[in-house]
Design a protein around this ligand. Structure first.
Ligand code: GUN
Length: 291
């Protein structure tokens, strides 16, 4: 079966986390706590934050939600983070991005205590990842790596191509693959002839936000394809009397690549569910480091 079932993998991971939370509760009398801070009313962010809170509670952790209005000042937000850093019941802090324009994301992220930075976005955690030290690692690339290792076991010597160079996915993904012993090529919007790179790759991770950019012609027979894209596209109804609907598609043309690939993640049900599962895994890790 060449479909990589991220939904199933994430379910199993959450189950293991829930069991460990239960054990830790019995042993220490404490449970991990995750604080999520949302500034403003971006509808997509509201959905993510609600999902995070729901899944946090489902594994037996405490969830603390801070929903602030879009006109919240940077000073007030930094004050909330300072209090969360000092709060012993909070082991993980996540500030949902993007933030309103008047707030510096770097200033806010770097105000989070690195030990509680379950997004792995703090410069200390980024530096630790680059130097191969134990770190809290960004959730989406961590989820991609778990799926790759589950499928391929040992990544040493494989040629990996990462398409996208964002701080959230592309850059940490490339670093994680390098740490596993892959030869890593990072392609992006300025790369000439991306296809010439992907055609030689054993592993391709695509995180660009462009529906169907990766076609069968771009990949090598047997390559493992990880699709991070989540794009909402409009689908015209077959019957012109009906109004168009929308659906989620990835950055990979799944139907075109699925036979040729050795393994491929679908959208939805591939990388998406792994992100929150890895957030819970990072929260557990942060808890265990201090308890
Ligand atoms: N916005 C989109 N993805 C993420 C993420 O992984 N973490 C945070 N904090 N915000 C995001």
């Amino acid at each position: 079966m060449n479909i990589i079932d991220g939904k199933k993998f994430a379910e199993n991971l959450r189950k293991k986390i829930a069991e460990e939370v239960e054990e830790l509760k019995d042993r220490t009398g404490k449970v991990p706590g995750l604080a999520v801070v949302l500034v403003g009313n971006d509808p997509a962010s509201q959905v993510y934050v609600a999902n995070k809170a729901k899944q946090t509670k489902e594994v037996g952790m405490n969830s603390y939600e801070h929903v602030l209005t879009a006109d919240t000042s940077q000073k007030d937000l930094l004050h909330i983070i300072k209090n969360l850093n000092a709060n012993e019941n909070v082991h993980g802090i996540l500030v949902q991005l993007p933030l309103p324009k008047h707030i510096s994301e770097d200033a806010v992220i770097n105000a989070i205590s690195p030990e509680k930075d379950v997004d792995g976005f703090h410069v200390v955690n980024r530096g630790r990842l680059i130097t191969g030290q134990d770190a809290l690692v960004p959730c989406t690339p961590l989820g991609c790596l778990m799926l790759l290792k589950d499928r391929l076991f040992n990544l040493e010597g494989l040629h990996a191509v990462v398409i996208g160079r964002s701080n959230i996915v592309g850059k940490p993904m490339a670093q994680l693959l390098l740490n596993e012993g892959c030869t890593v090529t990072v392609c992006h919007s300025k790369t000439k002839d991306i296809k010439s790179h992907t055609q030689k790759a054993d592993i391709i991770v695509v995180a660009v936000g462009k529906p169907n950019m990766l076609e069968a012609e771009w990949i090598k027979e047997g390559a493992t394809i990880i699709d991070v894209g989540i794009n909402r596209v409009t689908v015209q109804a077959e019957n012109s009397n009906e109004s168009p609907t929308t659906k989620l598609v990835g950055d990979v043309n799944f139907n075109s690549c699925k036979e040729k690939a050795g393994g491929i993640t679908p959208v939805p049900g591939g990388v998406g569910p792994m992100t929150i599962a890895c957030l819970l895994s990072n929260t557990l890790k942060a808890f265990k480091a201090g308890n």
